[in-house]
Design a protein around this ligand. Structure first.
Ligand code: S3P
Length: 438
């Protein structure tokens, strides 16, 4: 722990953001279902609101309200649709803003619509790789074009019906897996997707798909053209958002924090196991399964991380991909060391997160070595003498990770911006403030 941390953190968090991945999927599935879908505890994060706006632009009836559930104000989204073919041509380009999930997963659905759509995004999203999106959709018969460098605008002329496909994604990506599943729901026949490296499996669980373990990875079967019945969803809290509060609790001088109703799907909790094996004391209470998703309360108390975190191997990297910035900051501040390998995907996120982390750690006086697929921090060679300016690159997870650092660090840290944080965690500061007892 940094000797400097004077922070004491106590309390119960009942208002973590609802899971971003599950919220996106619930809205997209609802747009393809027959009837009215009620989604409770939908995320107010900007990325998820972008998905709702895109569906509205495509003619889907989306209502959003705040209702009282268990005495707490909760965001309820109601989506009415008439099944797989309910989308209508938009009258303009669809902006996916900062949301890679919106652009990629929606592309799977648009590939099956008999009209043309153009997907664009903000500066960050316009730089992110989209060939992984175009390839399977072209194989299924859609007409998809990208910029010369393989980025958005993604222009899709859909085909009805699409050809069924047998596909093995070349990258471990839950977004690519999901876009193929969404397209295959509209295909002529049974498709299969083989996933060599398991990624988050919310789409399969929410659609009740058959998943078989094979020596080559999970084999997912998707029957095209089958109607989807509207069913209610209730979104648990986001484990990737919980990671920031858990890290802060571990770095504080003293702490005991309870995080309520966290999604504990094993494809999302590898970071908790990593922390556990590095000396964190975590407890889990009220475990239950809702809609196939394990959910529980996470109890965390301050602990001295005894072992620096080392993250490598494709499976582990895929399963902690969104938590890496916070884990790196936590390990650096707790132990002075950290190592990441096999993570070149991290360069293709909202920012090049390897570059963003290395450059900011160097500003903070850490000695870093950068690799194509990761980086290592060997030690802290130089305590900064004056204010350290952190460049967030407009990336919500970089901003939140170094904001946590600023709360436990001896010297002053200022962030270039915090306006990106609501992309995934709109109430970030409101969650942290009442926990702080200095
Ligand atoms: C997500 C998958 C991951 C993750 C992103 C959300 C999802 O992206 O980084 O924040 O909801 O499927 P990739 O599929 O690009 O790995």
């Amino acid at each position: 722990m940094p000797a400097s941390s004077v922070l004491s953190l106590h309390g119960t968090v009942s208002d973590l953001p609802p899971d971003k991945s599950i919220s996106h999927r619930a809205a997209l599935i609802a747009a393809l279902a027959d009837g009215e879908t009620v989604i409770d505890n939908f995320s107010g994060g900007l990325d998820n609101q972008t998905t709702l706006a895109a569906l509205r632009q495509l003619g889907i009836d989306v209502r959003q309200d705040v209702v009282s559930l268990d005495g707490r104000p909760t965001r309820r989204v109601v989506i009415a649709s008439k099944g797989l073919w309910s989308l209508r041509p938009p009258n303009a380009f669809i902006s996916c803003d900062n949301s890679g999930s919106t652009m990629r997963m929606l592309a799977g659905i648009l590939a099956a619509q008999p009209f043309k759509t153009t997907l664009v995004g903000d500066d960050s999203l316009m730089k992110r790789p989209m060939r992984r999106v175009a390839e399977p959709l072209l194989q299924m018969g859609a007409i998809v074009s990208l910029s010369e460098s393989g980025t958005a605008p993604v222009v899709i002329e859909g085909m009805k019906p699409l050809r069924a496909i047998s596909y093995t994604p070349p990258v471990a990506s839950a977004q690519v897996k999901s876009l193929v599943i969404f397209a295959a729901l509209h295909a002529d026949g049974v498709s299969e997707l083989i996933e060599p490296i398991q990624t988050r499996n919310h789409t399969e669980l929410m659609l009740g798909l058959d998943v078989e373990k094979t020596p080559f990875g999970n084999r997912i079967q998707i029957h095209g053209g089958r109607p989807i019945d509207a069913k209610p969803f209730s979104v648990p809290s986001d484990p990737s958002a919980a990671c920031f509060i858990i890290a802060l609790a571990l770095l504080a001088r003293e702490s005991e924090v309870v995080l309520k109703n966290v999604c504990l799907n094993p494809t999302r909790t590898a970071y908790l196991e990593l922390l556990d094996s590095s000396g964190a004391h975590l407890a889990f209470e009220n475990m239950r399964v809702v809609g196939g998703e394990p959910i529980g309360d996470v109890v965390v108390a301050r602990a001295a991380l005894s072992v620096p975190l080392r993250i490598s191997g494709e499976t582990l990297v895929a399963n902690v991909i969104d938590e890496i910035p916070m884990l790196a900051v936590l390990s650096a501040f707790a132990t002075g060391a950290f190592e990441l390998r096999d993570a070149k995907e991290l360069r293709a996120k909202e920012s090049d997160r390897i570059r963003a982390l290395v450059s900011n750690f160097q500003r903070l006086g850490f000695l870093c070595e950068e690799f194509a697929d990761g980086f290592a921090i060997t030690k802290r060679h130089d305590e900064p003498k004056s204010l350290v300016k952190i460049e967030t690159f407009g990336d919500h997870r970089i901003a939140m990770s170094f904001y946590i650092a600023s709360l436990v660090s001896a010297h002053e840290i200022a962030l270039s911006e915090t306006a990106s944080i609501p992309v995934s965690f709109p109430n970030f500061f409101d969650v942290i403030r009442p926990l702080q007892k200095t």
